[in-house]
Every structure is written in structure tokens, then in C-alpha cells.
Design a protein around this ligand. Structure first.
Ligand code: F6P
Length: 337
């Protein structure tokens, strides 16, 4: 009998046993992701000591400056997952095109979309960062998966997760059957199931939004936040609390722990580009997790998981979290003042 609790590996294998025809590919892939995240956790913790916390002299596909750890974390994902035979292709926030599996390795049946180090602008201030991932099935007829293979709605995700590198490193996972959190036990080098069956409270009095963008917002968001700020003196008749970490993994983790609503809505500044956050490796996996934990996720106008992607690095507005608050925001979008 183990005295340390259920490991990620044990959880994955037990989940696989519910599907007697499963090939074991997904289990192997999840195990590989766990190993990649442990390596990144190690790098993040040591970045101050190793001098790797700073900027590289490069920019990612969206023109954002890259941190050295963005590039290293991307490399860890590609190296760790490219050779084991579970993936047919990958896409990363850091690279414009689809990443093919080298022909010397066997090719698997899954596609992986990932953001290797979300919130990395927070590294130098020692605030939580994380890795986000989404797993899709590779369409049967595709022999050389390119962009089109990845253009599947979020409802097609087989699995989604993220790892937050905070005071503790925690990997959060859904296989479409609830959401489970695993804390890294550094002494034994294993992720241990510490947060089974996470549920987001329906009601909340906490919201997260970058208030400095207020003057650019559309009226539904302006109205909603205005009412939160009015607190007990306004129509909501209760006081709200504002939190903004500027690291989506940390915000979603907080919402999973105690409820809340997170908004990166469309605004005048970013209307042209469709939003701020990326659909395939940020909004979709987080929406899958939030919905599986009983929350809601929307652009304000549409359920995020039902959007049909048209580009690999497409951006979307994101409103997610406690269902009562997201439902209210959807109502405000349906009937703008
Ligand atoms: O990629 C995105 C990200 O770092 C998210 O983790 C975070 O929510 C957002 O950007 C912060 O954006 P801003 O700096 O515009 O508030």
C-alpha cells in the first residue's frame, strides 16, 4: 500500500481501465506531459539562480517578446513528447507552424496544442506561471497532419489540463469526466492526487479583469463591472472583491478553488485581432476544465467550446468561471443597453 496517495500515473492507468479497448496511447501521452511539467517546474524554480529568468532576444509568432524560459519550456515539450510515439503533431504558442513528428519516430493518434509557459512576463516578479495543454484526436484520414487537422472545436478535446508553477506545482486535468488536481511531491518526484472532483461554486463575489483596459470595453462588460464595483450600494446588493494576477493559470486555479469570474473580453484596442487570449491552447483547454468543474465559459456571445477555429493562433474574448456570474454576463451581451 502506498503511503503517499494516488500518483498521476496510477490515476491515468485506472482511468484507462474503464475503456478496455484503449490502446494506452493517451495514458502514455499524459505520463509524458507530467514528466515535461516536472522538468519545467524545476527550471522555473531555479530560474533566478541559473540566470534564465530574463528575456531572450526573440519574439513569438504574435510578436510578443520571448523569455528564455518560454523557449526552453517549448523545447522540453517538443523533446519530451516528440519521440514516444503517441503524437501525430503538435502546435505551440511559440511557433508559427505545425510541429511535425520526426520521421525516425513512430507516429501516434493524438494532436497536442500547448502554451509552454503562460504568464511568463510574471517570472521576474516571482508570481505563478504555468503550462496549458489540449489534446485532440488526429483525424483518421490525415497522414501528414497540418493546420487543418487542428481546426476542431473545443468540444472535440479528448483531454485538457494545465500545470501551475506556484508555491506548489499543481497539475489540473480533465478527461471529460470531472476535474482533478495533482500536487507535485518533490521528495518522491511524483504528482499526487490532492484535489479530486473539483467543483466551481455557482455563486461568487470575486472578479478578475485588467481594469486598466476599462475605457476600451464594450457596454455589457462596462455594465457588469460597474455593478460589481457599486457593491452593496448598487443593484447587486453585495460587495465584490477584485483579483488580477495577469497569469491565466493562476486565475483559473483560484476560480477552481473558491469560485470567481475571469474576463479577458473583447475591447476596442484588440477588436481587430479577435481578442487577447488564444483559442486552441488557452481558451479551449481552460473552457473544457471550467465546464467540467460545473462552471461556464463564453465569449459573451457564444460558448467557447463550440467555436469553429479558422487559424492556429486565433484569438478570442474569454469570460469564464462561476456559472451564475457568467450566465449574467451572457444575458448582458444578449441585451446590451
Ligand atoms: O497569454 C496570456 C496572459 O499572460 C494570460 O495568462 C493573462 O491572463 C494575460 O496574458 C494578461 O494580459 P495583460 O497583461 O494584458 O493583462
Amino acid at each position: 500500500m502506498s503511503t503517499i496517495g494516488k500518483t498521476l500515473n496510477q490515476f491515468i492507468i485506472e482511468s484507462q481501465r474503464a475503456f478496455p479497448d484503449a490502446s494506452g496511447d493517451l495514458s502514455g501521452l499524459l505520463n509524458d506531459i507530467g514528466v515535461a511539467c516536472k522538468q519545467i517546474a524545476h527550471l522555473v524554480t531555479r530560474s533566478g539562480i541559473s540566470g534564465l529568468g530574463g528575456y531572450a532576444e526573440t519574439h513569438n509568432v504574435q510578436g510578443e517578446p520571448q523569455k528564455q524560459l518560454d523557449i526552453l519550456s517549448h523545447d522540453i515539450f517538443v523533446q519530451q513528447l516528440g519521440w514516444t510515439g503517441h503524437l501525430a503533431a503538435m502546435i505551440s504558442e511559440e511557433i508559427e507552424d505545425v510541429i511535425s513528428i520526426p520521421t525516425r519516430y513512430p507516429r501516434g493518434q493524438y494532436l497536442l496544442a500547448f502554451d509552454p509557459l503562460d504568464g511568463s512576463s510574471n517570472l521576474d516578479v516571482n508570481v505563478s506561471v504555468g503550462s496549458i495543454f489540449s489534446i485532440l484526436r488526429c483525424p483518421d484520414s490525415t497522414t501528414q497532419p497540418g493546420m487543418k487537422a487542428f481546426l476542431q472545436p473545443g468540444t472535440a478535446q479528448v483531454c485538457a489540463g494545465f500545470t501551475v508553477y506556484g508555491p506548489a506545482t499543481v497539475l489540473v486535468l480533465t478527461l471529460g469526466n470531472g476535474v482533478h488536481g495533482f500536487t507535485l511531491d518533490r521528495d518522491v518526484g511524483e504528482f499526487i492526487l490532492t484535489h479530486p472532483n473539483l467543483r466551481i461554486p455557482q455563486q461568487t463575489a470575486e472578479f478578475a479583469i485588467n481594469m486598466s483596459n476599462q475605457r476600451h470595453w464594450d457596454s455589457p462588460v462596462e455594465k457588469y463591472i460597474g455593478e460589481c464595483l457599486a457593491g452593496a450600494d448598487g443593484v447587486r446588493e453585495k460587495n465584490f472583491n477584485l483579483r488580477w494576477v495577469a497569469s491565466m493559470v493562476a486565475e483559473v486555479y483560484r476560480i477552481l478553488m473558491r469560485g470567481g469570474v475571469f474576463l479577458y473580453p473583447i475591447d476596442e484596442r484588440i477588436r481587430q485581432q479577435g481578442g487577447r487570449l488564444r483559442l486552441l491552447y488557452e481558451a479551449n483547454p481552460m473552457s473544457f476544465i471550467v465546464e467540467q468543474a460545473g462552471g461556464l465559459s463564453s465569449t459573451g456571445e457564444q460558448r467557447i467550446l463550440e467555436l469553429m477555429p479558422t487559424e492556429l493562433h486565433q484569438r478570442v474574448p474569454v469570460i469564464l468561471g462561476s456559472s451564475a456570474e457568467v450566465a449574467r454576463l451572457i444575458r448582458y451581451h444578449q441585451k446590451p443597453e
